[in-house]
Write a protein that binds this ligand. Sequence first.
Ligand code: ADP
Ligand code: ADP
Length: 232
Amino acid sequence: AVAIRTMGLGKSYGAGETRIDALADVSVDFGRARFTAIMGPSGSGKSTLLHCLAGLDRPTSGQVMLGDVELSSLGEKALTHLRRDRVGFVFQAFNLVPTLTALENITLPLDLAGRKPDAEWLDKVITTIGLRDRLSHKPSELSGGQQQRVACARALASRPDVVFADEPTGNLDSRSSADVLGFLHHSVREFGQTVVMVTHDPTAAAYADRVLFLADGRLRSELLDPTAESVL
Ligand code: ADP
Ligand code: ADP
């Protein structure tokens, strides 16, 4: 099954001689319960693609289907609801609220949406992320790797259809990176989540099922079953 499909996706900034085509004619499927990495040089359109897939950016042309919903058919309010209920995000900067505990950070999106967590699901996520003894700690009392694991648990708390990760290991040492990537990998294999991750790091991309390579806003190639060596 397909979780996300793009058709002729394009995104341009500016107009006339200064126009930049950040994305051009990108048509690609992201399978359900698959882990996809997006790679490419700086400025190749990776973040723009991720933002269009997640409904954070409006494309200039083409379509994004998230499940059976075509994103451009949605108004701002419906798009906000979709992002809140069906999508999770992990960023390079962990973006935790410093005054809240780890557990409060994890459930914050649900609290803001006025939704009750699915206790069994949340328990499973917290067990897997391995933070049970850190749940009452504030972010400042956690290591960078632990903070990013909290951010991952937060992204998964609502059991979203898709988790988008933008350089999730960009600020982490290799040990913490392995923890975070192992968790994302596990959430795909064991929980059936769909994960789309932008990364520069071949070691990180090697956790994915597939790597898409962008250059100049276009899809150039893809690699199935990557290893760190094959990505390099
Ligand atoms: P990447 O994530 O691969 O580094 P981006 O998606 O951030 O690439 O950027 C793709 C291209 O679009 C770049 O040329 C960038 O300068 C341009 N771009 C991105 N965002 C904007 C913006 N808000 N305004 C103008 N140009 C932008
Ligand atoms: P676990 O305790 O589940 O083995 P790991 O974080 O060690 O947790 O690995 C989770 C999964 O990620 C492994 O089953 C493996 O398929 C994949 N994996 C682990 N290390 C790497 C690596 N260096 N490159 C690619 N995939 C890896």
